[in-house]
Ligand binder design. Structure first.
Ligand SMILES: Cc1ncc(COP(=O)(O)O)c(C=O)c1O
Length: 395
């Protein structure tokens, strides 16, 4: 047996009664939660062991980022992406969403414009406003079912107040791993107009399409690194979002200082267990990581196969993440999320991502549970086709 085959992602772990955000939403209702982006799997055994060992010490005073954590993070970035990072460039954070909001406050002035491409993970839509900046939304375009930047439109929407572009790569919710050429084109535009790039790369460890590679935006060229705030975390890949540990990489000293100033007094340091988990995740979990990706690949095939059986729904290729962005515009459903909740499946509404007519399905769960949810969706769609007068369908 290969090392990567010794992990069990099939056996369900009961999450009800653990105050899980994902599972509490529906209480005792028989709705399978497939919305928020965490997985129903345990973290790697090495991560569990590191947390237990740290907990056994029993003293949980204020804890600095251990030097070894910086070293392991820098080694991971070099090994995974051939990206050379100086430990000094790292700033530890309790979460990526904090990082997005800090980035918006760190760059420019009140009233400046912050741009992003939609649909997008909801905190991208709120961070500029929370920071007294204007949000400027450039729609991604769909070409042959593949989501792309619309560079012409993007460049036209830049004003003399545009200070920052918040990028999501790999992209949540459309699942793209942007190619080097696409990133280079975006970065060239930002360079031309002196725009800082905040690059959220939280999903970079979840490359599902074996032909794709993650390119950190800051690794494109030194002059791009100079205008980039990269945000990363182990939390999506190793399923530790409840442990609150993330980091920013900022090579530009001035920008790093601005970011630090914006954090001051508001952003706490990560917790001691988060550091311990991250150290193990970045250096001891390669086999588990490979096994997870293989499991998610098979789950994605299950999702794709099932969606093909529901002719009015479709998904674009998922190159990364465990999230499928389902196009429901041809279904005639007025409120697809409500419709599927009534059928026992809890999806996340595209409206929250500025993507009406779509819904997001999280397939990071044991395959049997996934199959059960997809069967429920299929039955609901079949019933809809045989009973077109049913509630939820457009008159
Ligand atoms: C693109 C993106 N950024 C950030 C986050 C959340 O980050 P955190 O939990 O570290 O705040 C998520 C969670 O789904 C995400 O998809």
């Amino acid at each position: 047996m290969k090392n990567s085959e010794r992990y069990d992602f099939d056996t369900p772990v009961e999450r009800r009664g653990t105050a899980s955000l994902k599972w509490e939403r529906y209480g005792s209702r028989d709705i399978i939660p497939m919305w928020v982006a965490d997985m129903d799997f345990q973290s790697p055994p090495e991560v569990l062991k590191a947390i237990v060992n740290r907990a056994a010490h029993g003293v949980f005073g204020y804890t600095l980022p251990p030097e070894e954590l910086n070293d392991r993070t820098v080694s991971m970035l070099k090994k995974a992406y051939d990206w050379v990072v100086d430990p000094e460039w790292l700033l530890w954070l309790p979460g990526l969403v904090s990082g997005l909001n800090v980035a918006c406050r760190a760059v420019g002035q009140d009233g400046d414009d912050v741009m992003t491409a939609v649909p997008i993970y909801p905190p991208f839509l709120t961070a500029p406003g929370f920071s007294r900046r204007n949000l400027v939304k450039v729609p991604l375009k769909e070409d042959d079912g593949r989501w792309q930047f619309n560079f012409d439109r993007l460049e036209k929407m830049i004003t003399d107040k545009t200070r920052m572009f918040i990028l999501c790569n790999p992209h949540n919710p459309v699942g793209r791993v942007f190619k080097r050429s696409e990133l280079a084109e975006l970065a060239a535009i930002c360079h031309k107009y002196n725009i800082v790039i905040c690059s959220d790369e939280i999903h970079c460890g979840l490359i599902i399409d074996k032909d794709k590679v993650h390119v950190p935006t800051a690794a494109l060229a030194p002059e791009i690194a100079d205008r980039t705030i990269t945000l990363m975390a182990p939390s999506k890949t190793f399923n530790t979002p409840g442990l609150g540990c993330a980091f920013a990489v900022i090579s530009n000293r001035k920008l790093r200082k601005q970011f630090k100033n914006a954090m001051a007094g508001i952003v706490p340091m990560p917790n001691a267990l988060g550091y311990a988990a991250t150290m193990a995740a970045f250096s001891e979990c390669a086999d588990w990581h490979e096994a997870l990706l293989n499991y998610l690949r098979a789950n994605l095939e299950t999702v794709s196969g099932a969606i093909q059986q529901m002719p009015s729904l479709s998904i674009a290729p998922v190159e990364a993440t465990y999230l499928a962005w389902i196009d429901m515009r041809d279904s005639g459903l007025k409120n697809p999320v409500k419709f599927f909740e009534e059928a026992g499946v809890g999806l996340q509404d595209g409206i929250e991502f500025d993507g009406p007519g779509f819904a997001r399905l999280n397939f990071g769960c044991p395959r049997n549970l996934l199959r059960k949810a997809l069967d429920r969706m299929k039955t609901a769609m079949d019933n809809l086709n045989t009973q077109p007068g049913q509630a939820g369908i457009e008159d």
